[in-house]
Design a protein around this ligand. Sequence first.
Ligand SMILES: *[C@@H]1O[C@H](CO)[C@@H](O)[C@H](O)[C@H]1NC(C)=O
Ligand SMILES: *[C@@H]1O[C@H](CO)[C@@H](O)[C@H](O)[C@H]1NC(C)=O
Length: 531
Amino acid sequence: MRSVKKTVLLAILASVVLVLALLHSWPTRAYTTVDVWQRTGLLVDKRLEERLPEVDHQLENIPFHVRDNVASLLARNSCVCEGESAGVNLPFAQILFPRVSAQHLHTAFQATQLDEIKRRRAKEYQSFLKRSQTPSDVLLVAEANSPLQYPTQGVEVRPLKTIVIPGLALRDVPRDLHSINITAALGTLNVAAQVDGVRIKGDGEMHMSLSSRLLPNLNRQLQFVTYSNTLFHPSTADTVQIETEGHRAVFTIKIRHGVTPKLYNTGANGDYNITALVTIATKTFLRYDKLQDLIDSIRRFYPTVTIIIADDSQNPRSISGPHIEHYIMPFGKGWFAGRNLAISQVTTKYVLWVDDDFIFTANTKLEKLVDILERTTLDLVGGAVQEVTGYTSTYRQTISIEPGEEDGDCLHMRRGFHHVIQGFPNCVVTDGVINFFLARTDKVQQVGFDPRLARVAHMEFFIDGLGTLHVGSCDDVIISHASKIKLPWVSQSESDKTYAKFRYSPDSSDVTQSKIGLLFFKNRFQCWTHN
Ligand SMILES: *[C@@H]1O[C@H](CO)[C@@H](O)[C@H](O)[C@H]1NC(C)=O
Ligand SMILES: *[C@@H]1O[C@H](CO)[C@@H](O)[C@H](O)[C@H]1NC(C)=O
């Protein structure tokens, strides 16, 4: 009797502890939703238009004379595809006088397809622009709270090209002579047209002075001020100073090449064609039985999607079948080396990462993951992995880096996420996810998997990708995990035993040491906190 009471008491005590533990780990924070949809039309643009000062109609009547030599330097809005015409037809002419040739690229497509191809390319490009632009790229003009009006951001020139500097003006200060000085450091200033009654000094140089007795004329002249980049140094900025008596302002002109997009031609519109959009990538090591189960399960749902397998087994077996690419690597090259090789071979817009012991089920709806990447600015979205016990996990992690001093920065990783995604109630924005995810191929290739991480590694990819990858996670796209928990009544297969020997080898403390070493040196962290 006593022992029964004791058991009951113990059971009650245990459940209280369990409930307390659950309550403690339960997320108590209320999450806000965030809108990461790809919008048509930039909101910022509208606000900017409202903020720009009224165009002064008075200025329109002030005459000007175009300077052809400067005006012709101004970047044309559309480039022209033309080469140099052939000169005399001499032997070795091309070697002696190399001639610029031009090639029209649309010839790669049949004329009947071209309209459709152009339309698709335009759609992908618009989506790319929406993902790659930020409010700091938009032109802003500081209105005249000092008499100087000038652009504060968003002025951009391509290397060695010329632009008109937008937004320059001087506002009413009663004066006999109005004057303004402009100074640049990596290029020269000039005027594309000359206005009567304005004195110009230093045109074509880095320091230019403009002065006039008539303020409207000076303002008209300021509309024609050009900047030519003369020092070739892309991805930098020139700091331009503008001065009038008693007032000075500084703004920057970004000098950079346009961003060249990497677009994927994803086929006709309509429903998502997973074969055309997605490649499934995995890395295997010794576990051919598991890999075959994975392939069979994929084929039940996606019979023609390409599967890329990176394999660093000691005695590689052949894996054959339609739409399978099997890449054999030197023995034991490692986990991240394999991931890197696999993603390097992907030619579709998206790549799905899976482990070789995952199993596709009816809940593994790749269409859902494609849909969220197509409709939002996310670069990568994770799903959920279901264990044999029925437990599913998304392994969502937030990552933040706090600046430190000479000792390095601090890396903080916590379970959880930042926001729920508006319109996708099962999806959240976070920084790291489980090893089942769909991602934009070019972004994953850009971050890369560091091949120095040989064995157990995963979050290191998301640490390297912080700031580059915009990450989400959805818990309604689920893949199954073949048994990881060793059940005593199931005997392990030979390959499982060998796999376990390598993956969980006694030298795993060395593995941990080298991982920590990379965080310390490569990422310059001094400390790593996680839960
Ligand atoms: C403009 O620059 C000239 C020298 O080029 C200088 O003499 C003049 O004082 C400057 N004016 C202002 C308003 O800074
Ligand atoms: C899907 O894409 C593949 C590969 O591009 C193509 O062969 C197939 O015909 C497409 N299917 C449909 C239904 O458009």
